[in-house]
Structure formats: structure tokens, C-alpha cells
Design a protein around this ligand. Sequence first.
Ligand code: PLP
Length: 387
Amino acid sequence: MTNILNTYPRSNLTFSHGEGSYLIELNGDKYLDFGAGIAVNSLGYSHPILNNALTEQAKKLWHVSNVYNIPEQETLAKKLCELSFADFVFFCNSGTESIEAALKIARRYFYIIEESKTKNKIISFTGSFHGRTLGALAAGGPSKLEGFNSSIDGFVNLPFGDHDELEKAIDENVAAILIEPIQGEGGVSEVPTHCLESIRKICDEKNILLIFDEVQCGIGRSGKMFAHQWSKVVPDIMTIAKALGNGFPIGACLTTKRVGDTMGHGTHGSTFGGNPLACSVGCSVLDLMNNEFFSNLNKTSTFLIDELNKIINEFPEIISEVRGKGLMLGIKCEVENTKFVDEARKNKMLTIKASDNVVRLLPPLNISIKDCSTALSIIRKVCKNLS
Ligand SMILES: *Cc1c(COP(=O)(O)O)cnc(C)c1O
């Protein structure tokens, strides 16, 4: 009997600690982690600089209310704005909260600027995942709300990749288009640059805000700081979370001055958001993601993709495609993806399933070529065992 609400199917693994790209079980068994807490532990486990950032701040101050100045929060916001299109940052504690902030900001903007009481529609796409709170669930598509006797108006879910349907859905009450530049849960599906460009064009022509959900693909995962930076398209609002604290809970919603100026005192808030502990860690995470880091990451990515394609050639009846960018990779399975994940786990490698029968490979972004080689030999063995 457990006292934990039964919302997760859990494997029987229990980890006591982590080192670099490995998680170590209570009995001492080491698992090569190609899940990284679902794109969270992007600098691996027990990183000395991050451990130091957390413990040094812990000795000084853990929490102070947002009614006071928080220098660590100021510094992290400044870094994020320097790295992106944004002028303002709102800090929260999770991905779903960053989405709620984005939804409120987008609707607030038209309420204030156009004094509109009806321009509230948020367009999102099939296969997307935006979180578990009610607004974020609504953005994830109507089926996600069904089991909770809820329907929330102002959301339109369209087929992913269907430009004509998007054109048809546009009317004067559309406030924002919300999209993940690379869908994570949906199966590592990348939105091509020309699609991002035409969505941006629609937004500009029809006075619609563009929201990028980079909760999973952001903070280095794609091989750039933000996945949309592979294109020249910029959003009006962006959500981030997962990797920003390398495991310390933090989320953020970024926006421009034009849009953010409509969020005055009392329009939004968070008790814990932007606390000194989370922000100190966040600053150190961003500092570690320098040019050399990205150059290594992209070399590792090329190596992994090339080697995975060799395995695909050897075992086309097991895996048939590698997708994604940077170290946000997905392998399309021809067997059930859960079988692949289970077999990899038996061989001491952790991976994560996604929709569309994909297995996600999300290793720490600073993983060594040696650890990648170990992973590749495990993947080869998994394919052999499933053949
Ligand atoms: C994980 C995720 C979320 C939700 O984040 P939580 O921290 O679990 O609330 C939102 N959007 C995307 C793209 C995600 O991958």
C-alpha cells in the first residue's frame, strides 16, 4: 500500500543518487540516463558548479516574498532577455504555470489594447502537450478535459501541419497561436522553418500573438538556447521551464515590452515563483551553456544521429527513423515503443516513450562521446533482442 495518489505508472526502480549521465540504484546498479528527468537534468547529475550555486544560496536566503526586490531574480531575467527576443520575464515554478501565464498575458493584451471582451481564442495543435492545469489541458485539445467534466471556451485545436485548416480558423476573435517549435510528448515532431514563418506572417497580418511553448525544447535541448532560434522567427510570448533549474523547480514566461506592459500590479503572481534558490541555480545553468558547450553538444548530436542511422540500416524492422534536433531526438519504432523502452531498461539504459510510437532520447546535454557510444551499443543490443 502506498500513500501516493496513483497518477503515475511507476517502474520498480529506486535511485539513490546520480553522477554525470548516470543514475545509481539503491543496490548500486548504474543506469545510463537518456531521459534526464524528461529533459530536466540537462547538465547531468551532481554538477559541482550547480551544487555549489544551490548550497551557497541555501546558506543565505531561501525565500523572500515577491513584494521585495530579489536580486537573483533580476539577474536571471536579464540573462534570459539578453539571450532572447524578450524584455520582460514572469517567474513561476513549473511548465504548466508558465503556460497559464502566457494564456493570461495574451488575453489581457487585447482586453487592454483593444478593449475587446471577445478576442480570447487560443489556437493550438494536435499532438501538443502544454501541461496539466485546466487552461493548459484545454490548450492540449478537448479530449484532455473530458474526464474532468470540464469544457473551457476560447480554445481551438487544429490538426498539426495543416496550413489550410489554420487559415480557415482565423477570425477576429483569435488572440494567440500556441505552438511547440519541436513537439516533445507528441513524438519529437519538428515544425519546419517555413511553417513557423507562415504562422508568424498570419499573426502579423491578423493582429494575433504568437506563443512558443519551449518548456521541453528550450534551454539548449535543441542545440540552440531556444529551438525557434534555428529560424529567424520570434514569438511575442515564450514559455520555458524543464531544464532551466536542472531539476530545481522553476518556470518562466517571457514577453516583449509592448505585450508585457498590459500586465499591471495584481494581474498575476506567484508565492514561490522567482525565489532566490531557483534563480541562483537558473543563472548558473545559463552561464554553463556557453559557445563551447553548444559546439560540443552539436558535435555529439551529429555523432549520435549518424550512428543511429547505421543501426536503422541494420534493423529496419525494429527502428525506422531518427528525428529531432540537437539532443532532443526521437526514434520511430516499428515494434511497440514500450517494448523498446522496457528492453533498454533491462540493459541499464533509460529512455522515454512519446506519442506516434516514438522513443525519446534526451541525454544530458554535456554527455561525453564515450557515454553515447555505450548508449549506442545498448540500442544495438535492444534491436537485436527484439528481432
Ligand atoms: C512538460 C511540459 C509542460 C508542462 O510542464 P510541467 O512542469 O510538468 O507543468 C508544458 N509544455 C511542454 C512542451 C512540456 O514538455
